[in-house]
Design a binder for this molecule. Sequence first.
Ligand code: IDP
Ligand code: MG
Length: 156
Amino acid sequence: METTLIILKPDAVQRGLCGRIITRFEEKGLQIVGMKLMQISQDLAATHYKDHASKPFYPGLVRFMTSSPVVVMAVRGIGAITICRNMMGATFGSKANPGTIRGDFGVSNSFNLIHGSDGPEAAARELGIFFKAGEVIEFPRASEAWIYDASGGKPE
Ligand code: IDP
Ligand code: MG
């Protein structure tokens, strides 16, 4: 089981798309184990995007991410990190394939609706900076037995 950090960016919140995006993760069978509306501070944006600090788009990215509230989510499932990245689509809305979140809901190359951790190390780091202890809740899910086939001993 993996847990990944998803951020519904300011454009998703302002455009009223959060419900439709969250629904996609629920319908896929992923479990939401943490979720909150929050305003990202300058410091938090800088910590989160530290690897991009030297990129030309960095100042605009920080301005965008701190401009209006976001919804942050912890999303759990087997292979959740890659599944979520595939559901998000390519970085630029103009290039993302139809059927993906960025491909279906946006055309912009900077207002691209959603962030998802890009690997296990990033997921652990990012979950740690956005959620305090106790805010991610690993609770048993009533539907679990119909989401994964556990007949062979381990869920698949
Ligand atoms: P990702 O979000 O698909 O992992 P990254 O390359 O890690 O893409 O970039 C982080 C974020 O920075 C993107 O989601 C997007 O908001 C922004 N970004 C990336 N490249 C550009 C660009 O060329 N122009 C404007 N914003 C960009
Ligand atoms: Mg990235």
